[in-house]
Write a protein that binds this ligand. Structure first.
Ligand code: DAH
Length: 344
């Protein structure tokens, strides 16, 4: 091995490279010179075994030759890529692409739609009333006069707007019952209303949020009584939860219904046996009752001719009591954590 041979190697390589006209051939060229047994690789190994002086001289010459060849290879590559686009790696038209991730409806929107679908065949129509309303519709017209202690149960947010002479202060609706008298005042009888809306109360813990949803049913017609109420609630519960979930009505006190009830449903976990989730076998859904004659009168309806029933339940709580959901903290529903939401 001497300087001449090194020089010859360079000439040979550059001549070869001149003939390269595709990226495939360029790769073959690289292997021929720089592969494991490539010409340059072999010479490099030979030089290592020489005496110190020779090694130094030849080593330097070979390094120069290497960088010349590599530089030329680089320019060749650029030139090929630019001038012959078909030499670029093939584009596989039939290869499936990466699909963008598609979200889905929020679990509470799904629940609302399911509730609407269940009530629809019974003739209930979904309506919407203001989420910010006057105290009049929230309390007064529901037979809860100003200063009545029952108002405290609805931990109300007041809006800083001056008081209306007739309708009082402005509030964030703490329940959907405010839609009852508004619906009656429309003057269309009979009524089969499903009012679903966002509500607000000053509360926050594992079972309560300051913002939540309620659905409110109201039926007003001639000859309506408790058995209609019980039938409708039973129908809803069986359809929403399944045939094994019974309901029971517990006497309660709401000012806008008489008689009033709390509606309980058999526990999703123990079906009545009693467990750590429900304690004594039942879970509380929400209120219901026979519309108070005074409320009908506020709505301009003759209470001697017409009667009605109503119920109002939280959407989140109702949904959480479905078997298998295992949501133990209502706050998960609105924490916007995709890891939680994508499970529903
Ligand atoms: N509005 C009541 C609440 O938020 C629930 C309620 C009770 C609604 C009885 C009704 C009813 O329609 O008849 O606590």
């Amino acid at each position: 091995m001497d300087l001449l041979e090194v020089e010859k190697l360079k000439t040979q390589a550059l001549t070869d490279l001149d003939l390269v006209d595709s990226l495939t051939k360029l790769e073959e060229f690289r292997v021929k010179y720089f592969g494991k047994k490539g010409l340059v690789t072999v010479v490099t190994k030979d030089i290592v075994s020489l005496g110190a002086d020779e090694k130094k001289a030849l080593g330097r010459a070979l390094n120069e030759v290497k960088s010349v060849i590599q530089g030329s290879m680089e320019s060749k590559k650029l030139e090929l890529e630019k001038s012959i686009p078909s030499q670029l790696p093939e584009f596989y038209k039939s290869l499936p692409g990466t699909r963008p991730e598609i979200g889905h409806l929020h679990v509470i929107t799904q629940a609302i739609r399911e509730i609407v679908d269940i009530f629809k065949p019974l003739g209930f129509t979904r309506v919407r009333y203001p989420e910010i309303d006057w105290e009049y519709f929230v309390f007064e017209a529901l037979n809860i006069p100003e200063e009545h202690p029952a108002r405290d149960e609805w931990e109300t947010f007041f809006v800083d707007i001056s008081r209306d002479e007739k309708y009082g202060r402005t509030v964030i609706t703490p329940h959907t019952s405010s839609g009852q008298v508004r619906e009656m005042l429309k003057g269309n009888l009979p009524i089969r209303m499903l009012n679903i809306s966002r509500c607000g109360r000053r509360q926050a813990d594992v079972r309560h949020l300051p913002t939540f949803y309620q659905f409110e049913g109201l039926v007003v017609d001639k000859g309506i009584n408790i058995s209609h109420l019980k039938g409708v609630l039973n129908y809803f519960v069986k359809n929403f939860y399944g045939p094994e979930r019974e309901i029971r009505l517990r006497p309660y006190d709401f000012r806008f219904t008489e008689p009033s009830f709390e509606v309980d449903v058999l526990c999703s976990n123990c079906l009545g046996a009693g467990c750590s989730l429900c304690k004594e076998g039942w879970m509380e859904l929400g209120g219901a009752g026979v519309v108070h004659p005074k409320v009908l009168e506020y709505g301009g309806i003759d209470s001697k001719e017409y009667s009605g029933f109503a119920f109002g339940w939280g959407v989140e709580r109702t949904y959480m009591m479905k078997s298998g959901t295992q949501i133990d903290d209502i706050r998960h529903l609105f924490a916007n954590d995709v890891r939680f939401l994508e499970q529903f």
